[in-house]
Write a protein that binds this ligand. Structure first.
Ligand code: NI
Length: 196
């Protein structure tokens, strides 16, 4: 992929992510919110982490958590976001243990638990990589209102266009807001800390 194509793809992914999120936010605003009401983003799922351990929505509750969707072959958006998440988790210091962070693949055909494990070695050990069957991943993609679509490349290869929002979820599994990583790690950490 040329830099120009990569930039264009990134812009589309960003625009689609923003549109999807705007729709999600509008949907949230249209509902009467109570403390016990489930958010319209998130929901039940069964996936497996990079160590082969089963993970469900129950594992995400009790701590504020970040949920980010991507794929290990992503040329720029995913590694950048995972690096920024790593910096924010580092800035949290000991409080990082009171949070969880998840990287959910939208490309389970290539992102096996082993592939996720190797890839995530470059980032915070706090980040758990989630994968599963295509059907299981599709279920979580749908629950989080994520856009993800395969795009063929020359030579039979493919890339994935996908929503690049980092979801900040509270300890009850309710969607709080998209987490803005384009600021200092300390500022990002301060926002996460409010939900511990
Ligand atoms: Ni990506």
């Amino acid at each position: 992929m040329s830099p120009r194509t990569a930039f264009f793809a990134g812009a589309i992914v960003f625009a689609l992510g923003a549109a999807g999120l705007a729709a999600a936010l509008l949907h949230l605003q249209g509902e009467s919110q109570t403390a016990t009401q489930a958010s319209s983003v998130g929901g039940p799922f069964i996936l497996v982490d990079q160590d082969g351990q089963a993970v469900t929505e129950a594992d995400m509750k009790g701590k504020p958590h970040l949920v980010f969707f991507g794929f290990t072959h992503c040329p720029d958006v995913c590694p950048t976001s995972l690096y920024e998440m790593t910096q924010a988790l580092n800035a949290l210091g000991a409080d990082a243990e009171k949070t969880e962070a998840f990287f959910v693949t939208v490309d389970p055909a290539r992102d096996t638990p082993e592939a996720m494990k190797g890839y995530l070695k470059s980032f915070s050990p706090r980040i758990r990589g989630l994968t599963g069957t295509q059907e299981q991943v599709d279920g979580m993609v749908k629950a989080y209102k994520v856009y993800a679509r395969k795009q063929p490349l020359e030579g039979g290869d493919y890339t994935m266009d996908h929503t690049a929002v980092v979801y900040l979820m509270d300890r009850n599994g309710n969607f709080v807001a998209p987490l803005n990583l384009k600021r200092s790690p300390e500022e990002v950490a301060a926002e996460i800390r409010r939900y511990i």
